[in-house]
Design a binder for this molecule. Structure first.
Ligand code: CUA
Length: 371
């Protein structure tokens, strides 16, 4: 009897929790209401089965409880019961899967008026690329990926010249405009997901995946990575700003094209030693965790780092000079910057970053901070 009541409490409690809990879908900001509908159909089918099985178990534990002298009846086959269970299960499974197929068909068939943009994912950030005035995205090559060419643009493809490159994890989109989103990955499997859009898609190294959506509500929506992609997967975030058409146009006009980026509109000129330091930073993986543009990723940004002061976790301050940089590479946990966890960075010994490399790296930091 106690077990039967316990089972009933679980069933009733689950139902009450479902209707009274404060957690529900965030307000939708795209055209994908159909995805909510399919999720809800699955939810109701599973919920009904959960309640039916729970109540049936409670009934059986009460009805067939132990009684002196009672004997169990052995009945291994019951064609009628199996027939019914097969029919009901089939209806339930079809009800859950068929709507998903209909929505999926829509999800991967963008309307004719959809414009394109590209999402480039990498450990552990996002970048975006729009076709320029010609409406065509230039071709790319992974072999070209570098600090100076963060999208791997091909020099020999004129269609790429006017591509608008957003070298940041924040992108803007105009409201009401359908977009076909093309996804690329620089390194491992990631998944572009904006919960309010109800839309997500894996980005797979070596191929271009896609889906489409129309932003329907002005606002700022967080991008999260929905595929475990390494130590800092949880920090792989970004923002989509859904703007009015005018606000979007103003933002868009401020983004550099590939031709402008390549021609060094924003690029600095470094000495040969600093240039080598920059390559060291890139090839040793420093830039996966330390940005050059002020963005906080896994470790402190390197923007304006050299010659300034860092506040440490214990509240003390330290000058960023040669001794500090060398120590931070060789013994990263000796001084931990405020707001960052100790043990996040591995130790880089001389076998990985040689003393010469370190000297070049310091030259780069020094020149990068110089106005
Ligand atoms: Cu990228 Cu998780």
């Amino acid at each position: 009897m106690a077990v039967a009541i316990f089972l009933l409490i679980i069933v009733v409690g689950s139902v009450v929790f479902t209707f009274w809990s404060p957690w529900w879908f965030s307000e939708i900001a795209s055209n994908w209401g159909g995805i909510d509908t399919t999720v809800l159909i699955t939810f109701w089918v599973c919920g009904a089965v959960f309640v039916a099985i729970g109540v049936f178990m409670a009934y059986c534990t009460w009805k067939y409880r132990h009684r002196e002298g009672a004997r169990a009846d052995y009945q291994p086959e019951n064609a009628r019961l199996e027939w019914w269970l097969t029919v009901i299960t089939t209806i339930g499974v079809v009800a859950m899967l068929a709507p998903g197929l209909i929505v999926w068909d829509d999800y991967v068939n963008p309307p004719d008026e959809a414009l394109e943009f590209e999402v480039l994912s990498q450990q552990w950030t996002w970048k975006f690329r729009f076709p320029g005035a010609d409406g065509v995205l230039g071709t790319v090559d992974v072999a070209n990926l570098s600090l100076d060419n963060p999208f791997g643009m091909r020099e020999d493809d004129p269609a790429g010249e006017d591509d608008v490159l957003v070298n940041s994890a924040e992108v803007h989109l105009p409201i009401g405009q359908p977009f076909k989103v093309l996804l690329r990955s620089r390194d491992v499997l990631h998944d572009f997901f904006v919960p309010e859009f109800r839309a997500k898609m894996d980005s797979v190294p070596g191929m271009v995946t896609y889906f489409w959506f129309t932003p329907t509500k002005i606002g700022q929506y967080q991008i999260i990575c929905a595929e475990l992609c390494g130590m800092s997967h949880h920090t792989m975030r970004g923002w989509v700003h859904v703007d009015t058409e005018e606000d979007f146009a103003a933002w868009f006009a401020n983004q550099p094209t590939w031709a402008e980026m390549r021609d060094g509109v924003t690029r600095k000129v470094y000495t040969a030693l600093a240039q080598r330091g920059r390559q060291v930073a890139e090839s040793s993986g420093c830039l996966a965790c330390h940005t050059l543009d002020g963005t906080k990723v896994v470790g402190p940004t390197w923007q304006g780092l050299w010659g300034g002061e860092q506040t440490l976790a214990d509240g003390s301050k330290v000058m960023v000079d040669e001794a500090y940089v060398i120590e931070s590479v060789r013994e990263p946990n000796a001084k931990v910057v405020e707001g960052f966890a100790p043990g996040t960075m591995i130790t880089y010994g001389a076998d990985v970053v040689s003393d010469d490399d370190l000297e070049a790296l310091i030259a780069f930091l020094r020149e990068d901070a110089a106005p």
